[in-house]
Structure formats: structure tokens, C-alpha cells
Design a protein around this ligand. Sequence first.
Ligand code: SF4
Length: 322
Amino acid sequence: MTPPDAPLLSVSGLCVRFPTAGGVVRAVEGVSFELRRGETLGLVGESGSGKSTTARAIVGLVPVAEGSVRLDGTELVGAPAALRRARPRLQMVFQDPYASLNPRMTVSSIVGEPLVVHRRVVGRAALDARVCRLLETVGLDASLRRRYPHEFSGGQRQRIGLARALALEPDVILLDEPVSALDVSVQAQVLNLLEDLRRRLGLTYLFIAHNLGVVRHVSDRIAVMYLGRLVEVASRDALFGAPLHPYTEALLSAVPVPDPVVEAARRRIPLDGEIPSPTATIAGCPFRSRCSKAFDRCATDAPALREHRPGQWAACHLPERS
Ligand code: SF4
């Protein structure tokens, strides 16, 4: 029996490696975090930092080289039967609502497919009723269910993707850049819907974005990734109020502030310098080549992710210096 305060999803020492002609790409290196029921963890970093690969590894879409993924205490890595049982509880929503929906299927078939595959309903009438309810849950007019994806706007297609993800009544939804392909005005609507669904349905989210501004309003905690590693994990307020890692500071400096006076006075921290090749063996801190605060030790010692303030973890030698 899992204790009530135990994490719903627990990821520990996760590594994903892809062999290529140029060497082994270390896409995810030793990533560890926990998700508690009802929580939203924002996972942020530049393109290629390993965020999406982390999510795909959790749901078994890419092979895990090392590490552990536990759902409600049950190990899923190297356990195909457990992963198959867990898959309905772990759903992914992808960035591109244009590419992730089969253009030849009606919305009704797209949303109803998981229910059919997992034999969750008996009979066409029951299936149709469930599909209608799911579409209404995400704010879509159920009378449009016989139409095809191309007849909907980007925001509506992302709602269709969400309805499909909700069909099997998941516990955790891994949202991979769910609003990045949408116009800013539509982004706000989808973010509001996600927050509303989380509260109403008791969902738990891993919310992936390349932009800290997007995750700010939806995350309880935020984890920052760089070159396949977590470099800072903290509550949203701690991360925005007093970031510990220079990479987090640089990402934050790029988030616009609504007040024009404050915005004009702000200094953007440039992310110059070369990013090491993902196939390279890195000595010292992986962020060193772009870090304006690097000092001698950074060249030789790789900083471990440590809790420098209560609940605020960072992989940087600086907090130990001050
Ligand atoms: Fe910069 Fe050094 Fe901290 Fe790495 S360990 S982020 S190089 S100060």
C-alpha cells in the first residue's frame, strides 16, 4: 500500500542515450524528480535540452538506458507488463496539434479510439455519448464531432488532443509544449482550460516549455534542464524570486515584464558561448562555456544537484562560495 503522501510519479537517475555515427548522444543524463498528486511541475529549457525526451522516456516511447520511473511505487523501466498497465494512466499531449491528429479520422474517431482500443465502452451509443462528454469537457461543441481536424483552428485542435488524452481518465498528463504552436491570445485560453481541468479532474501535470513565461502561471514547481541535466528545481516563487543557477537567471532575464518602466530598466543576460556537443564527454560544469560567473573549480568539478535552500536545488558551485 502506497503511503498517502508518497509521490505519484517518481523519476530517478534517468538516462537516455542515442547511438549516432558521431558518437553516443547523451540526451538525458541522471534526471531525478518527483510529482505529487495534483501538482504541476514545469520542465523548462532550450530546444535540445532533453525535456521532450525525458517525457517520452517516462511513457516508454524511447528506451531508458539507466534509471527508474515509478508510478504509485510501481517500477516501469524494464517492466513491459507494468508499463502496459500504466500507460492509460500516463498520457501525453504533443506540441503540434496539426501533426498529432490523424487528418483522415473524424474527431469522434480520434477521441474515441483509446476507448475502443482499451475496451472501456460497450456499444456505439455508449461510445458516442462518452466522446460527446469528453468534447464538452474541453469546451468543444459535440455537434462538430463528425468533422475532420483540418476544419478546426489550432486552439480547437489542441482541445481535441486533450479530449483524447482524457479519454482513459489518466492520473498524469505530460504536456509537451502544448501552447507553443498557438497564437498568444489562444495560448491563454488553453492554459486556462488546462488549469480548470487540473482542478476539476484532479490531474497531475508535467508541463514542458522552452519559455519560463509560459510555465509561470501554471506551475507549482519548476525544473530547469540544460544539456540533458536538471540544473535547478524550486518552487515557482523561489525560482522567479531568487534563482540560484546562472542559466535560470539568463532564462528569466528573457521573460518580458508587463510594466514598461521595469522592462526598460532590466538587463538581459545574453546566452553567448558554445554549447558543448551532446556527444562530448564534459569535464566540469556543462554550462561553463556560456556562464559569465564561471571560476576555476567549474572547469574540473561537475556540480551535483544539491538543496542549497529548503526546497530549492541547484547544480552550481556558486551557492557554496557565498
Ligand atoms: Fe557557472 Fe560554475 Fe555554476 Fe557552472 S558551476 S553554472 S560554470 S558558476
